[in-house]
Design a binder for this molecule. Structure first.
Ligand code: HEM
Length: 437
């Protein structure tokens, strides 16, 4: 064995041991009934919401033996997200996860969660965010609306004639993949690759827990990075009106944007925009399938899709929590927090804060203040793709039920094993009535 290979193996083993150690602590706490360990732990949760209520009962800001503070209170979550005395961390390692991929790969491969806008602070964050923001303005989104309608209809053209299909795998997954590929100007024959990379990377958005996951992520990242490298070269020669062309033309501090930044931004847009939107479309469809009156309202008045999407975002947020660190010693909710203290912001719990939302656990598509949810975060990291996600989900739900009004659930639903990124993996459905073309 070469020295390099030996060092690599030793590093893998150290990481493995670290993961096992932290995992054992979290598992022991979860087994003892600790709601925080269950929320942040490794086991998939069919229903995390009762656990958030237990955390809420501990007060507006509670301290946990894992070395964290947590809050479920809407006003606290919202103010921390907007408070410049808090920062994000380049590598999130609060529950025994590690983003490093493989010895030597750090220079070439990056998990899209690492060194991305999400894990970057000003001033670099501000400068890089400004480079991609133009593709997400209301005007840019209006220009994409027709294309998104066509993408949705093309999938439904295939689905309407099938007696049954998987609403997640055959529809909810495909729409955002194609929308992001369209944004990048990627040809149809590479969409399947993107779906595959997306599902591997999305499965590890909570962090990489096992060595098997690390290998799968490494493979997906290596292929995706190679693809982006080729695409960058292609766009340098033949620029178009897509995001990648825009980024290769862009400058930062008077210099062309570095290839690493282009790859990182593209990777983040793909991963952040893919899995979350899948979950929003899936959650919206499930809601409409379970509530015939709401479905009828949507069929009678397609504009009600907006209220459904907003309320699904509030009640079933695709991103359940996020994390911030104090930059300096400060007082929060009467508690002294030293510098570098991690604070877990439970977005999903804040969305059900009874001080803001009346009867918070009830789904109500006509709720006047659904939009006060924090599912897209707030402050400088407010989701760049919020408008796009809303538009995709509204179009997808509207067209799905217009084209297949008799759609109904036809089998057990399964949830993903990730806890922060919440959504379904399968939702078997079938159509009772003749499709409408
Ligand atoms: C339902 C769909 C979506 C949800 C629930 C969602 C949620 C979020 C959340 C919670 C954050 C901030 C996390 C934090 O503050 O720590 C975020 C950031 C981000 N999202 Fe989304 N997202 C969605 C769709 C999209 C789409 C479609 C795109 C783009 C194609 C996108 C691109 C981004 C980017 C680039 C950031 C980083 C912003 C920054 O750090 O400045 N997201 N998203």
């Amino acid at each position: 064995m070469t020295e390099e290979a030996f060092m690599g193996l030793a590093k893998e083993m150290r990481l493995g041991a670290k993961m096992l150690g932290l995992r054992a602590t979290v598992r022991a706490l979860a087994a003892a009934g600790d709601p925080v360990a269950k929320v942040l732990g490794l086991r998939a949760l069919d229903d995390p919401y009762p656990l958030y209520e237990k955390i809420r009962e501990r007060g507006e800001l509670s301290r946990h033996p894992l070395g964290l503070h947590l809050t479920a209170k809407h006003s606290v979550v919202s103010s921390v997200l907007r408070d410049p005395r808090f920062r994000v961390e380049p590598a999130v390692d609060h529950v025994g996860v590690d983003w490093n991929i493989h010895p030597g790969d750090e220079t070439r491969l990056r998990h899209p969660m690492e060194h991305s806008l999400l894990t970057m602070n000003p001033p670099r964050h501000t400068a890089l965010r400004a480079l991609v923001a133009p593709w997400f303005t209301p005007r840019a989104l209006r220009d994409r609306e027709e294309r998104i309608e066509k993408i949705v209809d093309d999938f439904l053209d295939q689905a309407v004639y099938r007696a049954s299909f998987d609403l997640v795998g055959d529809f909810a997954v495909r729409v955002p993949t194609k929308v992001v590929c369209d944004l990048f100007g990627i040809p149809d024959d590479r969409h399947a690759d993107f779906s595959r990379w997306g599902s591997v990377l999305a499965g590890t958005l909570d962090g990489i827990r096992t060595l098997g996951e690390r290998h799968a992520v490494r493979k997906a990242l290596a292929q995706m990075t190679e693809f982006f490298d080729e695409l960058i070269l292609l766009r340098r020669k033949n620029p178009g009106d897509d995001v990648i062309s825009g980024l290769v033309r862009a400058e930062l501090d008077g210099q062309p944007l570095h290839r690493d930044d282009v790859v990182a931004l593209a990777g983040l847009l793909f991963v952040a925009g893919y899995e979350t939107t899948v979950n929003l479309i899936g959650g919206g469809a499930l809601n409409l399938l379970s509530d015939p009156a709401q479905k009828q309202r949507l069929l009678d008045d397609p504009s009600t899709a907006r209220g459904v999407v907003e309320e699904v975002l509030r009640v079933e947020p695709p991103v359940q929590f996020t994390l911030r660190f104090t930059r300096e010693p400060l007082t929060l909710c009467g508690k002294q927090l030293p510098a570098d203290s991690p604070v877990v912001l439970l977005l999903a719990a804040a969305n059900r804060d009874p001080e803001v939302f009346v009867d918070p656990h009830r789904f109500d598509a006509e709720r006047p203040n659904s939009r006060e949810h924090l599912s897209f975060s707030a402050g400088i990291h407010f989701c760049l793709g919020a408008g796009l996600a809303r538009m995709e989900a509204e179009i997808a739900l509207r067209r799905l039920f217009q084209r297949i009004p008799g759609l109904h659930l036809a089998g057990p639903i399964r949830y993903k094993r990730t806890r922060n990124i919440r959504g379904m993996t399968t939702m078997p459905v079938s159509a009772r009535m003749a499709p409408v073309t």
